[in-house]
Design a protein around this ligand. Structure first.
Ligand SMILES: Nc1ncnc2c1ncn2[C@@H]1O[C@H](COP(=O)(O)OP(=O)(O)OP(=O)(O)O)[C@@H](O)[C@H]1O
Ligand SMILES: [Mg+2]
Length: 233
């Protein structure tokens, strides 16, 4: 569904991604790696936020690299960015509705999709009138995921969703992602490899802008290098 082939990407003269290839064929895929490895750079290249200088990115058979972000979102990919972009002074419901605004077919099915989102995150139904900025960090994260779902993506990308959350909330969030991946393909970048490996089907390890390891969740969980570097054994 998503294929990244031989991509180079960076910032000015700083090249970050080098000849990077990976794919999402469905289910949930994890993208792991230390700070500065290039995870966000790759996500932003997929979303058309970063310019790709070599290689190609295709989604459902169409080339999307260096296309405008709104076109990529229309095409069926939604992002929950690393820096959450909620509107803190707007209510939960307003934030969710905005998620459907950019995509005409999602706007038409907004009420129906709201029910789906409330099914995943019942707390959001209870808090529809609350201002987003007054909710806890975990609830805001769930709202950010809900808002992305409102665009009816076929691929949902999450950039470090566990960042700054308590372990119990991280666990809950990954459990919900596990339900979600039955309905929408998921690409998730994470430093919390242990939690992610419960949920993802496959994963990639990125270091210095290159994929250094790829495999199923089981293969990665049993890889001595992954254990040593990421599972803290
Ligand atoms: N806007 C930017 N301008 C210049 N350099 C950048 C920019 N964003 C990231 N970089 C650099 O690109 C490299 C990769 O950063 P990136 O944010 O993609 O890593 P990451 O894997 O997402 O890390 P983290 O886990 O901290 O989010 C780093 O060396 C970083 O300093
Ligand atoms: Mg990042």
């Amino acid at each position: 569904m998503l294929t990244v082939e031989n991509v180079d990407c960076g910032y000015g003269r700083l090249q970050v991604l080098r000849d990077l290839s990976m794919e999402v064929a469905g289910g949930a895929v994890g993208l792991f790696g230390p700070n500065g490895a290039g995870k966000t750079t790759l996500i932003n290249a997929i979303m058309g936020i970063n310019r790709v200088t070599a290689g190609s990115i295709t989604f459902e058979g169409r080339g999307i690299h260096n296309r405008p972000t709104h076109e990529i979102v229309h095409g069926g990919i939604a992002l929950v960015p690393q820096e959450r972009e909620l509107f803190p002074g707007m209510t939960v419901l307003e934030n969710l509705r905005i998620g459907a605004e950019q995509v005409p077919h999602a706007r038409d099915r907004g009420e129906e999709t709201l029910e789906t989102v409330f099914g995943y995150f019942p707390i959001l139904r209870e808090r529809t009138k609350q201002l987003a900025g007054t909710m806890s960090g975990g609830q805001q994260r769930m709202l950010a995921v809900g808002r992305a779902l409102m665009a009816l993506p076929r691929l949902l990308i999450l950039d470090e969703p566990s960042l700054g959350l308590q372990p119990s909330i991280v666990h809950e969030l990954f459990t919900i992602l596990g339900e979600m991946k039955e309905h929408v393909a998921v690409l998730v970048t994470e430093q919390n490899v242990r939690e992610s490996l419960r949920t993802v089907d496959r994963g990639y390890v990125l270091e210095n802008g290159r994929i250094v390891l790829r495999g199923t969740a089981d293969e990665l969980a049993n890889d001595p290098e992954v254990e040593r570097s990421y599972l803290g054994l």
